[in-house]
Unconditional design. Sequence first.
Length: 156
Amino acid sequence: MTVSTPLSLDRTIIMSDNHSKETRSYNMSKIKSTENKLETLVRRYLFSRGLRYRKNDKRYPGLPDIVFPKYRVVVFINGCFWHMHDGCRHSVLPKSNTEYWIPKLQRNHERYKNNVKLLEEAAWRVITVWECELEKDISEQRLNRLYGEITGESGG
């Protein structure tokens, strides 16, 4: 079945699934939408730098991971796979069950873009931190830059 897509899938690698259906189901059931390692890493860093925030505040479109009312900034910490990070090696479409995955990931991507638009229209600055930016060798740089983006100061 061919699935039409408004997003360019040319840049996305399609890989076969190396796990059985049961193993994949178990793995997927362990993925949490909040309180994951990346969110915890970012929040701990920002708290250690003296910033105070609200987390997963339901009053805002898209349920931002971190909200800084003082700075009118919201931060989304996005997984590269789930949000189709353009050009990222982690943004890999599953080879099996593409009739399910392509529309699902496209809906995630469109919903995220719409939420960003709504927040910006409400005069909020939206910062996105991608999973790949928090890899061990570059995470400190990204976290310093994030601090500067939030406060308007140099992150170093």
